[in-house]
Design a protein around this ligand. Structure first.
Ligand code: SD4
Length: 338
């Protein structure tokens, strides 16, 4: 166990940098003064995305908004940046494959009219979020999966391509040597990108795209394409999106619950925190607990935003006119040593 802890610590240091750990410590000191649930407010438009790859994604989405594109188009272009980046091992091209060496992708998108589109278990298409948008716009359905999703993507003009890069194939072969099933959420920076946008009028849109848990069973679908789990919004209230172990988010209908708590008057931070607490309570004696990480981001109609994670290390990128594009560390319930 202690080896594992050391591994996690080293790995977290490796992927996020020592400064993140230090800032986590500083943050817990700071939280004695500023309550964990303090409200942060941005100006509109506002974009918030999970993890470090949220920065370039926000940048692109912002430029699209400023060029007069719709929030849906801005999200598709924004999260399309990490989708196409082979160095981002958790999304799109170059994502970690499943245990059979297949890269299978999940994505969804939702607009302020509560129209939504989603694809799951999609293979060989680099931009699943763009296919999800076409599901929203061009079909009477919400969700297409597997072969059917691929067939639809091809009919829509998307091109098939191999998404398994040399690096991901090598890592998969290394994993095969031991083949110990363990999703490596967070530990290897395996991080979904979820993005929420409030436009100048206060209308809210959201999207989410991922290659899912590394070494998952072939056919496994996580929370990310499931409206209500990985993403949810109600334009009267706000929006929330998740990252982390999808099974835990699905079990608790995570994002939908965060939005419901905001409807009842909780701030985005408070709502995210309460659902993380609920996930903790449901999982504290569960087999998934040892490697469980879940994080939420949320925004409300007033332009308040926030996030909260079960374990340390989660961060998100926020972009607004006043303060530009920046990373903010999430508050969390516990460190990886607990
Ligand atoms: C999943 N929620 O497939 C995704 C993975 C993830 O940070 O978000 N990792 O379970």
């Amino acid at each position: 166990m202690s080896n594992r802890r050391n591994f996690i610590k080293t790995s977290v240091l490796g992927t996020l940098g020592a400064s993140t750990l230090i800032s986590c410590k500083e943050e817990s000191k700071a939280s004695a003064i500023a309550p964990e649930t303090s409200v942060k407010k941005g100006s509109k438009p506002l974009i918030i995305s999970t993890w470090n790859h949220g920065l370039p994604a926000n940048e692109e989405a912002w430029n699209q908004l400023k060029a007069g594109k719709s929030s849906l188009d801005a999200i598709v272009a924004g999260v399309g940046i990490p989708e196409a980046d082979p160095k981002v091992r958790s999304v799109g091209y170059g994502g970690f494959p499943d245990r059979e060496g297949k890269v299978t992708l999940d994505a969804c998108i939702m607009d302020s009219n509560s129209d939504c589109g989603s694809v799951s278990f999609l293979q060989n298409i680099k931009h699943p979020i763009a296919v999800a948008q076409r599901v929203l716009e061009n079909t009477p359905h919400v969700m297409l999966t597997g072969e059917g999703a691929l067939q639809f993507a091809l009919e829509e003009g998307f091109k098939e391509e191999n998404l398994l890069t040399e690096a991901s194939e090598k890592d998969w072969k290394n994993w095969l040597e031991k083949s110990k099933y363990q999703p490596v959420i967070n530990i290897e920076n395996h991080d979904t990108i979820s993005m929420l946008v409030i436009d100048e009028n206060g209308d809210i849109t959201g999207g989410c795209t991922t290659s899912g848990a590394a070494w998952k069973m072939h056919g496994r679908v996580g929370d990310s394409p499931i409206i209500g789990a990985g993403l949810f919004l109600d334009n009267e209230v706000g929006a929330a999106a998740a990252t982390g172990l999808g099974e835990a988010v699905i079990r608790t209908a995570g994002s939908a619950m965060v939005v419901e708590l905001m409807r009842q008057g909780k701030s985005p931070n408070e709502a995210c925190k309460e659902i993380v607490e609920r996930i903790y309570n449901k999982h504290k004696n569960h087999k998934d607990m040892e490697y469980l990480q879940v994080g939420f981001i949320a925004v409300n109609k007033n332009g308040e935003y926030g996030g909260y994670s079960l374990r340390s290390g989660f961060n998100y990128a926020v972009y607004d006119e006043e303060n530009g594009n920046r990373m903010e560390d999430s508050k969390f319930k516990m460190t990886w040593d607990n």
